[in-house]
Design a protein around this ligand. Structure first.
Ligand SMILES: NC(=O)c1ccc[n+]([C@@H]2O[C@H](COP(=O)([O-])OP(=O)(O)OC[C@H]3O[C@@H](n4cnc5c(N)ncnc54)[C@H](O)[C@@H]3O)[C@@H](O)[C@H]2O)c1
Ligand SMILES: O=C(O)C(=O)C[C@@H](O)[C@H](O)[C@H](O)COP(=O)(O)O
Ligand SMILES: [Zn+2]
Length: 353
């Protein structure tokens, strides 16, 4: 059974969730004379299968794995390959992999000839529920996470649940952090389901993980359908990310994104509570559910000055004013603008303990 979640807007597309989805690719690349398939080593076989299923010649481009591939230098290498093969505006870029590869592939597609079609074939949990949906593409630079990129919606998204069987357990958990984020900002049933059966939530063959994937995709699809370019509502998807991205930068992008977001969620919950918005029980629920799943919830105390300075290049900041997504209740996100440093430090104490 294939589930289709519609992302509407100027350039509408479907997110397909199911098993053995390679056969869906030809209809998404109709009219292309060739396609480029970007992938990292762990997905070499899957990339070859996708290339075979497409029905047009494929240029396979292997990129460094994980965040090491999400750089301007790697994007430039991909542009050179597209140039060498005379890629025109009807040709297509496909990313086979987790969020790092699909963010890169989307950015290569957004920038090549000022924008060609692209299709993420998402193979990680985080990619399926988040990175592949919504058209945010980009790369990291030394100054910060995802600071260079473009909004460039895909032609369609393939989420083949069979991929999750080979995904390392730690990466599955990292993806669950974004699913839990969706539970807090929009769909609390997600939290009830995970708390009710934590083991089933990470079983790639069971029905619960599929339900969680579909629920999280629906949360994201509803948001990006009305606010592709993050001029308002879309900011809620950044819950936990202001500190999370600062941690990733401090760790030189060696931490998994979902792990950094997990710590960031604790900070955002503390900020929500200490600023007088969120009740203590709901704030504590963040720690309980993340710890029950084995996700990280703490970070060294001495890192605070560096993290505070890294947060100043967050995309939600306006001039010198920091802005954070906080909650006033379950599924009630709002923006906290310009909290003073003392409040931020008290919230960080909840992470640093
Ligand atoms: N564009 C967006 O809206 C958006 C949203 C959320 C996250 N992101 C980005 O996504 C990235 C994180 O994505 P991620 O968690 O998928 O990490 P990742 O892409 O680094 O993948 C994690 C690891 O799992 C491997 N892997 C992926 N699928 C596999 C499979 N089926 N079998 C075996 N190994 C597999 C990868 O090769 C990698 O080693 C970050 O760069 C983050 O900033 C983007
Ligand atoms: O899609 C969004 O919008 C999000 O904020 C989802 C996040 O989970 C994701 O990590 C995103 O890449 C962060 O975007 P950024 O603009 O803060 O870099
Ligand atoms: Zn994220």
């Amino acid at each position: 059974m294939v589930t289709r979640v519609r992302v509407s807007g100027d350039r509408a597309y479907d997110v397909l969730v199911g098993r053995d989805l390679a056969g869906e690719l030809p209809s998404l690349i109709e009219g292309a004379a060739q396609m480029a398939v970007l992938f990292a080593a762990p997905l070499r076989e899957q990339a070859a299968r996708v290339a075979e299923a497409a029905g047009v010649p494929a240029v396979l481009i292997e990129v460094p794995d994980a965040e090491r591939g999400k750089t301007v230098q790697v994007a430039a290498m991909c542009w050179d390959e597209l140039g060498r093969h005379n890629f025109t505006r009807t040709d297509v870029v496909v990313g086979v992999g987790g969020g790092a590869v699909t963010d890169l592939a989307g950015y290569v597609a957004a920038s090549w000839l000022r924008g060609v079609r692209w299709v993420p074939c998402s193979t990680s949990l985080l990619g399926m529920v988040d990175a592949a949906v919504g058209g945010k593409t980009g790369v990291n630079i030394d100054a910060g996470k995802n600071l260079v990129g473009a909004f460039h919606p895909p032609a369609g998204v393939l989420c083949d649940l069979d991929s999750l069987r080979t995904l390392p357990a730690d990466d599955l958990l990292a993806g669950l952090a974004e699913v839990i984020k969706c539970g807090f900002i929009a769909d609390p049933v997600i939290l009830d389901l995970i708390e009710g059966d934590p083991a089933a939530a990470v079983d790639p063959d069971g029905p619960l993980l599929r339900e969680l994937v579909e629920r999280a995709i629906r949360v994201k699809a509803e948001v990006v359908s009305v606010d592709l370019k993050e001029s308002g509502l879309r900011e809620i998807l950044n819950y936990g990310h202001t500190l999370g991205h600062a941690i990733e930068k401090r760790e030189k992008y060696t931490w998994k994104h979902g792990h950094a977001v997990s710590v960031g969620l604790i900070f955002a919950a503390a900020l929500s509570h200490l600023s007088g918005r969120l009740d203590g029980t709901t704030a504590e629920r963040h720690r309980a559910v993340l710890e029950a799943m084995g996700l990280p919830t703490s970070y060294p105390a001495e890192a605070w000055p560096e993290l505070l300075s890294a947060m100043r290049v967050d995309k939600k900041a306006r001039a010198a004013t920091l802005r954070f997504v906080v909650l006033s209740d379950l599924a009630k996100p709002e923006i906290l603008t310009g909290p003073d440093d003392a409040l931020l430090e008290r919230a960080y104490a909840e992470v640093a303990r």
